[in-house]
Design a protein around this ligand. Structure first.
Ligand SMILES: Nc1ncnc2c1ncn2[C@@H]1O[C@H](COP(=O)(O)OP(=O)(O)OP(=O)(O)O)[C@@H](O)[C@H]1O
Length: 350
């Protein structure tokens, strides 16, 4: 099912709008992640899609039909929340079958359907257990099966991984993607974890302060952020930010009077190459290594530079105090104006 939001604004009573002028189209069968900091409006947006909240302005359509005022029960939506929300007194099988019972599906049919979905999410060996006898990951699998059993036209997942430990989180994340591909159900997945969003989603919507900052694939958001917020929010380690006035005398590009901040990805800070390279260089700096930390496959190097403290992930092992000649490559560097808009992208404009 295609979901389309047109100029949606939503306010809670006597408060400024929580969502302002949202425009977004989710294609049939797409998995879109809603990514944003706490309080950015992610859950509010899911509740609006579910029909639990009505917008103050704008329209919501499902496959072209206006559902802005439609009752939640008529929307054919499956929801999964971070706290599983299973019925504690019902067995796994009865939990999964529950939506079918509500829809007056006959007992043999609903049990068969529930078994089928239990098998799909790999809890078919737990059918007689009560939820409290399951691990967090198993409970979340049951919640997923219960959401899918009624063949929803739209699946809404609100931080479904946030109560799971790291290993379970990765396992269930892959599982959600597999099930979503298998069933083809249009899905919105709310998260504040960029790794989850990057791993699972066809496209990512970055929300901040109730506004869509940018929509794109993980690579588009990382390589071509439209705003400083997106550039800083997507990618680890965090973007290096330098006041433009400090950096300008060193830069090889013509002055941009409206620029306020130079953003540099950690991989755009390299040692000056010994021979000429086709890669455009934005600036060269003399720096000193202050600290190196190895994190997984990354070696992060903190550097004292004339632009302040910067972080690189490209330098070889070297001791603290070592002087180095740094190159700032155009690729992975951005200039932002005072409003935070990207006005120069080293990948496109160099
Ligand atoms: N029922 C409510 N009444 C009034 N204000 C609310 C209500 N629910 C949420 N808000 C406010 O709306 C804003 C967005 O909240 P929302 O829960 O949608 O954000 P979120 O991005 O899902 O945050 P989190 O990641 O912390 O769950 C916040 O400022 C919040 O305080």
């Amino acid at each position: 099912m295609q979901v389309k939001l047109t100029d949606i604004t939503l306010s809670y009573p006597s408060q400024p709008p929580v969502l302002t002028h949202l425009n977004l189209t989710v294609a049939n069968g797409e998995l879109v992640a809603l990514l944003g900091p706490s309080g950015s409006g992610k859950t509010t947006l899911l509740n609006l899609l579910a029909g639990l909240l009505t917008p103050s302005a704008g329209t919501l359509t499902f496959d072209g039909t206006d559902v802005t005022q439609q009752d939640p029960r008529q929307r054919h939506i499956g929801m999964v929340f971070q706290d599983y929300a299973l019925y504690p007194h019902l067995s796994v099988l009865a939990n999964i079958a529950f939506p079918l019972k509500m829809a007056h599906v006959k007992r043999p049919e609903r049990r068969a359907q529930a078994r089928h979905y239990a098998q799909l999410v790999h809890v078919d060996d737990q059918l007689t257990k009560l939820p409290r006898a399951l691990s967090g990951g198993q409970q979340q699998r049951v919640a997923l099966a219960r959401a899918l059993v009624k063949h929803p036209a739209l699946l809404l997942l609100d931080e479904p991984l946030s109560n799971l430990d790291a290993a379970l989180r990765v396992e269930l994340r892959d599982e959600i993607r597999r099930l979503q591909r298998l069933t083809g159900v249009t899905t919105l997945f709310v998260t504040h974890d960029q790794t989850d969003a990057l791993r699972i989603a066809d496209r990512i919507v970055v929300l901040a302060n109730g506004q869509i900052q940018q929509v794109g694939t993980g690579e588009q958001l990382y390589r071509h952020p439209h705003t400083q917020f997106v550039a800083e929010f997507i990618g680890t380690p965090r973007l290096n930010c330098v006041p433009y006035a400090t950096a300008a005398p060193f830069l090889t590009i013509p002055g941009l009077p409206t620029a306020r901040t130079l953003g540099i990805r950690s991989e755009a800070l390299t040692l000056v190459p010994a021979t000429a390279t086709p890669q455009p260089i934005l600036a060269q700096l003399t720096a000193t290594v202050t600290r190196q930390v190895v994190i997984g496959r990354d070696r992060q190097t903190n550097l004292a530079t004339p632009w302040g403290s910067l972080l690189s992930t490209t330098l070889p092992a070297m001791p603290a105090g070592q002087p180095v000649q740094l190159a700032v490559t155009a690729r992975g560097s951005f200039l932002f104006d005072a409003a935070g808009h990207c006005i120069w992208d080293g990948d496109c404009d160099a």
